[in-house]
Design a protein around this ligand. Sequence first.
Ligand code: MRU
Length: 344
Amino acid sequence: MTEQNRPNVQALIWTGDSLKVLDQRQLPDVSVYDEYRDAEGVAEAIATMRVRGAPAIGIAAAYGVVLSCLRHFDENPADWRARVEADSERLAKSRPTAVNLFWALAQMKAVLDQPSDNPLPALRARAEKIHADDIADNRRMGELGADLLQGAAGVLTHCNTGALATGGYGTALGVIRSAYRRNPLAVYAGETRPWLQGARLTIWELSQDGIPATLIADSAAAWLMKSGAVNWVVVGADRIAANGDTANKIGTYALAVLARQHGVKVMVAAPTSTLDPGIESGNDIEIEQRNPNELLPACYTENSLITAWNPVFDVTPAALISAIVTERGVILNPSEHGVRSLLQ
Ligand code: MRU
């Protein structure tokens, strides 16, 4: 098998009547799949971050709708539709920020709304298409993003945007993969506290791919940029508003501010399923707040004097972004005009 065709790790494996989810909380030490046969389980897997990353969440939710229909269409012929709708609502409540979740559920609803004696084949086909399209889109973004990185000596990435966060290959990490294959460049990855997606997942994926990488503490980013080692910050997105403001993993905004100070460019790589033209600006994006106990040292979790503020995403203003790379093309210096033209 050539380097180009070697499959990356798979976050989600669809068997036809169940969804296997790689439990990312245990990586890189333990690689174990949990198998789900109902939507409730899939919603739980998303909420507890067994599966995470905007496109992967959307794909998992789409399969969750198929599992719901598989169960209820035969078992509850009288009210299967109401039960599938209730399951879709449960899936929609699993996490708030990544729009890919709602986009995928809307795709599944559109199929459900078509008159049919048996919606299952069409639902299955749609979920599988969402999954396959995501991989193809990532490959395309990889090439477009790599064009922009031509001549770059080093990049810094944040969070995990690779095969684990998507249907396969990755968004920002896909760009880095494609760029590295054309011309080796230095890859730096921030730890990404508090869940350590960078330290646990990104460098693991890169090492599996044979791409050398250097891990940094999130707080080392300014000093790294000052050293001149990186020309681009390359990140993914969870939701992009109509004006190009971009919600992504907490810490992305800080990197973009630092990048501006140091003359480093910022690339956001995301499929168009991450664009939310219904939202005017980043001010309207709901930012997920997770349990303070995910951040607090254990000795403080029962202490009523001490808590933690734990937003897990932030919004980078479009003015700090040099390029948004999608499967449909690149938006340079993003603005409302650029986003809307791309979507037309
Ligand atoms: O909380 P997570 O791990 O789901 O957050 C993931 C990110 O912020 C990614 O950068 C984003 O989803 C893009 S993934 C291709």
